[in-house]
Design a protein around this ligand. Structure first.
Ligand SMILES: C[S@@+](CC[C@H](N)C(=O)[O-])C[C@H]1O[C@@H](n2cnc3c(N)ncnc32)[C@H](O)[C@@H]1O
Length: 283
């Protein structure tokens, strides 16, 4: 396939439904969810098509080939499925896109047993899925940490602690294989009051419909997010990432320079691993 990427779409993260290459990739990423049930199959198509973040991540090459990726709050593993689909479609990768993340490996972590079961049913051993609370889960050394729409489920102290452990995990990987680490963090901007309120409301409804306990939400203004990440040593580029939705979401592309990685690795705290058995804690 020779489709060239619409550069406007890359910059804004807007998924153009008419773009054949993207549609084909979404279809390839959705296909494994046939094995995970009706809900998982339809949810995969809707989320991958309507949420601009996935298109942006792949078209702009945010995940390098061969990267070790940890997806915190991975849900049913859609990011992992896209990455695996990229590998399968390597030969027909669109000419205008950044390099495909072929050979990247994914560890997904999610609190909800049912989501983890869906991820495992769809993708089997092609990616690793751990059912655990991100507040205690062990983070393996990695090149890229992805956290999309998840941090607001835990309070600010837990967010801060997790970000410290993310920095340590990136630093540990840099000690093994020198290079910068990357955090791809999507958050709601609490200052954008209407968009933030809408996303909180939708989040609560979806959470209830899916049988999860409705969690309180803990947001921050965009400026507070970026300032905090910079204090941790990240270079941060915020990108609006709600095109086509009423939300006020922002993707923070946060790079950890190799020098900061080294000190992060040295100051790594000892994480406490917990594995929650995949039983019916969820309706
Ligand atoms: C809005 S969904 C986002 C899913 C996925 N990141 C995506 O963008 O498609 C939030 C996810 O975070 C998970 N989550 C919430 N609290 C968590 C926690 N304490 N530890 C791990 N996962 C958590 C939920 O189970 C849910 O799958």
């Amino acid at each position: 396939m020779n489709t060239r990427l619409d550069q406007t779409a890359v910059v804004s993260g807007q998924a153009t439904a008419a773009e054949p290459a993207w549609r084909a990739l979404v279809d390839a990423a959705r296909a494994p969810y046939r094995a995970a049930g009706h809900f998982a199959w339809h949810f995969a198509r809707g989320k991958l098509t309507l949420d601009p973040v996935f298109h942006y991540l792949f078209a702009s090459g945010q995940i390098a080939p061969g990267a070790k990726v940890v997806d915190i709050g991975c849900g049913q593993g859609l990011l992992a499925s896209l990455i695996l689909a990229c590998a399968r479609r390597g030969a027909v990768w669109p000419a205008g896109w950044a390099e495909a993340p072929v050979g990247a490996s994914v560890t997904g972590i999610d609190l909800m047993p049912r989501d983890v079961q869906r991820a495992r049913a769809a993708l089997g051993d092609a990616a690793q899925f751990i059912c655990a609370d991100m507040r205690q889960a062990e983070l393996p050394p990695c090149d890229v940490v992805v956290i999309l729409d998840v941090l607001h489920y835990v309070d600010h102290a837990a967010q801060d602690d997790l970000l410290l452990r993310v920095r340590a995990a990136l630093g540990q990987r840099a000690a093994e294989r020198p290079g910068p680490g990357k955090l791809l963090l999507r958050v709601g901007d609490q200052h954008a009051t209407l968009g933030f309120a809408i996303s909180q409301w939708v989040d609560r409804v979806v959470t209830r419909v899916r049988g999860h306990r409705a969690a309180p939400t803990h947001g921050r203004p965009l400026s507070a997010w970026t300032e905090h990440l910079r204090e941790l040593g990240f270079d941060v580029t915020p990108r609006p990432m709600s095109a086509g939705t009423p939300f006020a979401n922002v993707l923070l592309v946060a790079s950890l320079p190799a020098s900061a990685s080294a000190s992060a690795s040295a100051s790594a705290s000892t994480p406490v691993p917990i594995l929650i058995p995949a039983t019916g804690a969820e309706a």
